[in-house]
Design a binder for this molecule. Structure first.
Ligand SMILES: [Zn+2]
Length: 285
């Protein structure tokens, strides 16, 4: 089920064409945390950040949201204080998922990626000259050598693999991914998406798959991925985990699935797809 246009009230633009006295929506980040009202999900709607008594390290115009201009901005509260509006706080974007409206959450994901890209591409990667932001697209150009850097996005594939009605899930060895999840990994240079699916699955659990089908995609701003979801069927091989990245993997029955990834991610949607399509197999057993 490919996604339709995700935004309902957002129109992307590269350059503001509004009067300066208009109120704007501000996606304000302090490191990876965003300023929002933790009860209502509202974000600051002010003319500029002087109203919050602060000067941003950087700001990037995003376009129009709900008819108002909107900006991404970064502040460093250790360097410069900020008058935080009542009820608001800097919160990790993931924890704001259940609080923000969908458009605001999605736009915040765009905002944080653009802010980080802006911060990490101040200088030309080729010759070291200070870059300039381009007018006509979201890119930076080197005035010295002409090298252009586009927003950084790292494609990654994630696959729901089914064998005789069972779903393959694996447990990672590290970090925050210690729950069971689907097999996923970054696309390498020169690969098609399907090749990346086959390679990752072979590398991580040692099995071969067939009938790889596109499921949908999702921007995943942690920190700058594009997740591309697939479904596939088991073809051959026995599960053999690499022991480094993956600690354990197994085929789960529909009615015995481990704790789910949050609905926030495309992994959650893929598992919903599995449940919708394979629950009958089980009930007929
Ligand atoms: Zn250069």
């Amino acid at each position: 089920m490919p996604r339709e246009s995700i935004y309902k009230q957002y129109i992307p633009e590269n350059r503001p064409n509004h009067e300066n006295d208009e109120k704007s929506y501000w996606f304000i980040f302090n490191s990876s945390k965003m300023l929002a009202n933790v009860e209502t999900g509202q974000i600051p709607l002010v003319k500029d950040l002087n109203e919050l008594n602060t000067t941003p390290l950087r700001k990037v115009y995003l376009g129009k949201f709900m008819g108002q201009p909107c900006y991404a901005a970064e502040v460093d509260t250790e360097v410069e204080s900020i008058n935080i509006p009542e009820g608001m706080a800097f919160k990790d974007l993931r924890t704001l998922y259940t609080i923000l409206d969908e458009d605001v959450y999605l736009l915040a994901g765009r905002a944080v990626q653009i802010i980080n890209w802006d911060k990490n591409h101040q200088f030309c990667g080729k010759c070291g000259t200070l870059t300039e932001t381009m007018d006509e697209e979201m890119a930076k150009i080197c005035p010295e050598c002409g090298f252009i850097s586009f927003t950084r996005i790292s494609p990654a594939v994630i696959t729901a693999i089914v064998k005789e009605g069972k779903l393959l899930m694996a447990k990672h060895n590290y970090g925050q991914y210690r729950r069971y999840g689907l097999i996923a990994g970054f696309v390498e240079a020169g690969e098609t998406l399907e090749e990346a699916v086959e390679r990752e699955i072979m590398e991580e659990v040692g099995i071969k798959v067939k009938n790889i089908e596109y499921f949908g995609s999702q921007s995943w701003p942690y920190p700058h991925s594009l997740m591309i979801g697939f479904t596939a069927e088991y073809e051959s091989g026995e599960i053999e985990v690499d022991g480094k990245e993956i600690a354990h993997a197994k085929w789960f029955e529909f009615d015995d699935l481990p704790e789910m990834p949050s609905r926030i991610s495309i992994a959650g949607e893929l598992i919903d797809w599995y449940k919708e399509n394979y629950s009958e197999d089980i009930s007929q057993k």
